[in-house]
Design a protein around this ligand. Structure first.
Ligand code: GLN
Length: 217
C-alpha cells in the first residue's frame, strides 16, 4: 500500500458466505475494513466486495435488510465493486440457471452468467489460471491459483467488458471466469481462499485509480 497516500476504507458485504477471509487479506494490505450489514454502512467507503456464498441467500437477505436499492445505487454511481462467485452472479445483468421464481439481482455488469455451470459436474476444484493483467510474483510466478466452488461461468459479455481470465472448455472453446467493466471487477473463483493476494491488490489499485469518496465531514 505504499503507493497510496491514505488508508482505504473497504466494505465487505457480510450477509452470508466467505466474507471473513477478505477482511483478513484487506487488512494485511493496509486497508480498513467494514463488514456491511446495513445500508448506512456503505457511507464513506472507497470500495465494496460482494463475497462468494450463495447468491439466492445473499439476495434474499439483502432484500430483507433494505440493501438491494442502496447496492444498486452504488453500482450505478460507478463506485468500485468486486463480486466473487455468488457476488459475480448478483452483479450480472442476466443469469441463467436461476432458482424457480427468479432471484434478486443487482445488475450493472453487462454479462450473462450461468449460475452453477461447474457445480453440475464437480463441486469444487483448484487450477492455475493464466491472467496477463495480474503482475508476476517476486519469484516470477505468473499463473494465479484459482479455487472454483459450485462456480458460475460467464457465457456472454457486452462491449465494454474486458475478459481478464478464461479457461479451456472440454470442446476447446474458452470459458470466461474473470472480467472488468469500468469500476466493476468480477471473478467466478475465490482468490481469498488462496495465499495469492494479487487480485485483492488489483482491486485496491482500481479503487485508488478510479474513485475516492470525499473524506467524512
Ligand atoms: N453458484 C453459486 C450461486 O449461485 C455461487 C457459489 C459460490 O459463491 N461459491 O450462488
Amino acid at each position: 500500500m505504499n503507493r497510496r497516500d491514505s488508508v482505504l476504507n473497504i466494505g465487505v458485504l457480510a450477509l452470508q458466505g466467505a466474507f471473513i477471509e477478505h477482511s483478513k487479506i484487506l487488512k494485511q494490505l493496509g486497508a480498513t475494513v467494514v463488514e456491511v450489514r446495513k445500508p448506512e454502512q456503505l457511507t464513506h467507503l472507497d470500495g465494496l466486495i460482494i463475497p462468494g456464498g450463495e447468491s439466492t441467500s445473499i439476495g434474499l437477505i439483502a432484500e430483507r435488510w433494505g440493501l438491494i436499492e442502496p447496492l444498486r445505487e452504488w453500482v450505478q454511481a460507478g463506485k468500485p465493486i468486486w463480486g466473487i462467485c455468488a457476488g459475480m452472479v448478483l452483479l450480472a445483468e442476466r443469469a441463467e440457471g436461476q432458482k424457480a421464481g427468479g432471484q434478486p439481482l443487482l445488475g450493472g455488469l453487462d454479462i450473462t452468467v450461468n449460475r452453477n455451470y461447474f457445480g453440475r459436474q464437480v463441486d469444487s476444484f483448484e487450477m492455475l489460471l493464466d491472467t496477463p493483467k495480474i503482475p508476476a510474483l517476486g519469484d516470477g510466478t505468473e499463473l494465479c491459483s484459482a479455487i472454483f466452488i459450485r462456480a458460475p461461468v460467464i457465457t456472454a459479455i457486452g462491449q465494454g467488458v474486458e475478459p481478464l481470465a478464461s479457461l479451456s472448455a472440454a470442446d476447446g472453446g474458452k470459458l470466461i471466469v474473470a472480467v472488468r467493466q469500468g469500476s466493476i471487477l468480477a471473478t467466478a473463483f475465490h482468490p481469498e481462499l488462496t495465499a495469492d493476494i494479487r487480485w485483492h491488490q488489483l482491486f485496491l489499485d482500481m479503487v485508488c485509480g478510479q474513485y475516492r469518496n470525499p473524506a467524512p465531514a
